[in-house]
Design a protein around this ligand. Structure first.
Ligand code: A2P
Length: 274
């Protein structure tokens, strides 16, 4: 089983990356990134609004990994959307990360009045080579349809909340039809699924934890995932998901756990509320 997927522009992206949402303490961030890279991670996900780009950059630097062996994602936040603002925010992100390019740059949330101009800036950043891929996050079909009325370049990724409790079947199918790959954020339901008895039982058959079964379910669905952890052993365990296979029956049992319950904001309501 390959450890990467190929995006619609030919760039390869690792299936599993380290998530860093809510990792605020700089020391924790630096350590998590170093431990992840030591354990074999090739991808790290951050965002301006997480306020940990500097820690992520420092962790990468201290790890000593070759830049070309790492896939780094960051995102432009809502208050910096717009053409000039996105260019400025991107430059600030690179500076904090101590990098001269990112592998993936995303629009964090679909701010309808702004994302056309944000995307225009992102296309320029992509064309300049300072982002190897560009994409969106929390976009629903109506946002993608609207963005595509002005976009020159199709997004390569849509990063969305996705876990067994919110399997996003329709949105995943919509994106797959358009060759837009999916990244699952909060893949463990922000921790809420870790005691799930159905997944636990499946894990026991394979000698794997609940988290490992969920991440394997993502991979077998062709979905990349960014589990967050600041614990050295759990970081390593979350990458140890390439040596077993879930049966069709086990995959179906996990699919049945969908309740539609979110752990993060609904992008539709979020846009109205902002
Ligand atoms: P911690 O950082 O202490 O490991 P999600 O990625 O869905 O948001 O889930 C993150 C939550 O799940 C965090 O609370 C994290 O805590 C916890 N977590 C991450 N990996 C594991 C794991 N392998 N086993 C148990 N808990 C985990």
């Amino acid at each position: 089983m390959s450890k990467t997927i190929t995006l619609n522009n030919g760039v390869k992206m690792p299936f599993i990356g380290l998530g860093t949402w809510q990792v605020k303490d700089p020391e924790e961030g630096i350590n998590a990134v170093k431990w992840a890279i030591e354990a074999g991670y090739k991808a790290i996900d951050t965002a301006v609004v997480y306020q940990n780009e500097a820690a992520v950059g420092e962790g990468i630097k201290q790890s000593g990994i070759n830049r070309e062996d790492l896939f780094v994602t960051t995102k432009v936040y809502n208050d910096m959307q717009g053409y000039d603002e996105t260019h400025a925010s991107f430059n600030e992100s690179l500076e904090r990360l101590q990098l001269d390019y990112v592998d993936l740059y995303l629009i964090h949330w679909p701010i309808t009045e702004k994302y056309h101009e944000t995307w225009r800036a992102m296309e320029e950043i992509y064309e300049s080579g300072r982002a190897k891929a560009i994409g969106i996050s929390n976009f629903h079909p109506q946002h993608i349809e609207d963005l595509m009325t002005t976009a020159k370049i199709k997004p390569m990724i849509n990063q969305i909340e996705l876990h067994p409790g919110l399997n996003q079947k329709d949105l995943v199918a919509y994106c797959k039809e358009r060759d837009i790959a999916i990244t699952a954020y909060s893949p463990l339901g922000h921790g809420s699924l870790l005691e799930n008895s159905v997944i636990k039982e499946i894990g026991e058959t394979h000698n794997k934890s609940v988290a490992q079964v969920i991440l394997r379910w993502d991979i077998q669905n062709g979905i990349t995932a960014i589990p967050k952890s600041i614990n050295k052993d759990r970081i390593a365990a979350n990458l140890d998901v390439f040596d077993f296979e879930l049966s069709d029956d086990e995959m179906a049992k996990i699919d049945e756990l969908h309740t539609g319950e979110r752990v993060n904001k609904n992008p539709d309501i979020f846009v109205i509320e902002k």
